[in-house]
Design a protein around this ligand. Structure first.
Ligand code: ZN
Length: 313
């Protein structure tokens, strides 16, 4: 049984308008909405999950859209950039597409020998499309406009910005099984060999930067992937033994979770592969209907009344 962390599971960010968020990720970026549910801690708010066909861990970006959220800003103690892997030769397609849809983007640049195209979603969330040094073999979700030649394969990496990288690096290396691959200036690339893809975390050390504000257009937490509940609980012990506060196991319907704040200030989650997104609807139907956890099902009518109407593409 693989008991190491299996790279990224999902990343969760905060959005403003739900429809605008849905249009951007499903249409412009060509991801699949694999689950339309509510925030289990705030059922008057949607929780959208975007990913590949089945919502494989390592492809899932999730949002809480709050219509009147105030904008946040990036800074230390948070995940500041999300990296998606795309095929070699596709960046021109994406730059043209972003131009067409008036997406904020900047010139492609190189990091650790890999080309990347920085862009922002409509709420200002910072993302990069990255051509990985080694081709990403994951099967993409495709649409009429975004075909397999260009489509994102899932996460390449996440960037955490920190005042001091040391305590966070220790969590990655001593508990999660990552190791330092390379350093470029104040940017340190950590990688795990436990998975083929979505196994990179870049730590950026920025001692003079002020702390970020988690609100609209910023990342709320980063979830790392474990095989199952048994491994999840082994990690709970290891993290508690470090003297860090960690939640009990929480049932998120599609996975089981633990949350803890790593010493650099970023909210980390550990999430299981089981049971996955097909637990309450067929793979062909993923994302079609509003799914509620059992505890909210009796309130479905009231919840549906509060949630904004979403027009499908
Ligand atoms: Zn999460």
């Amino acid at each position: 049984m693989e008991s190491r962390i299996q790279g990224l599971h999902h990343i969760t960010a905060i959005a403003g308008d739900a429809q605008r968020n849905y249009n951007f990720y499903s249409s412009v970026l060509g991801l699949r909405l694999v689950k339309k549910t509510v925030n289990f801690d705030d059922p008057g708010t949607y929780h959208f999950y975007y990913g590949n066909e089945t919502g494989t861990p390592g492809t899932i970006l999730t949002f809480f859209p709050w219509a009147h959220v105030k904008p946040g800003y990036t800074g230390t103690g948070m995940a500041t950039e999300i990296g998606y892997a795309v095929p070699a030769g596709s960046l021109k397609f994406w730059a043209d597409r972003f131009n067409e849809y008036k997406v904020k983007q900047s010139e492609p640049l190189e990091r650790f020998g890999e080309l990347l195209l920085p862009f922002q979603d409509p709420d200002g969330l910072k993302l990069n499309l990255i051509v990985p040094a080694k081709e990403d073999s994951r099967a993409p979700w495709t649409t009429n406009a975004v075909t397999a030649t260009e489509a994102t394969r899932g996460f390449h990496s996440v960037v955490l910005t920190l005042k001091d990288i040391k305590p966070t690096a220790e969590i990655l290396t001593d508990i999660f099984g990552y190791s330092l691959l390379k350093q470029e200036g104040n940017r340190y690339r950590f990688i795990t060999t436990a998975v083929e893809n979505a196994g990179i975390v870049d730590l950026v050390e920025s001692p003079d930067e002020k702390p970020g504000l988690v609100a609209g257009g910023t990342n709320h937490h980063v979830a790392f992937r474990v095989k199952n509940d048994e491994v999840l609980m082994q990690f709970r012990e290891k993290i508690a033994a470090k003297g860090l506060h960690i939640t009990p196991k929480i049932d998120r319907n599609y996975f089981f979770s633990l949350y803890f704040r790593e010493p650099g200030g970023v909210l980390f989650e550990l999430a299981t592969d089981n049971p996955g997104f097909a637990v309450d609807e067929a793979v062909s139907e993923l994302g079609k209907d509003l799914k509620l956890p059992a505890q909210y099902e009796p309130q479905r009518k009231a919840i549906e009344k509060v949630l904004p109407v979403l027009i499908e593409n």
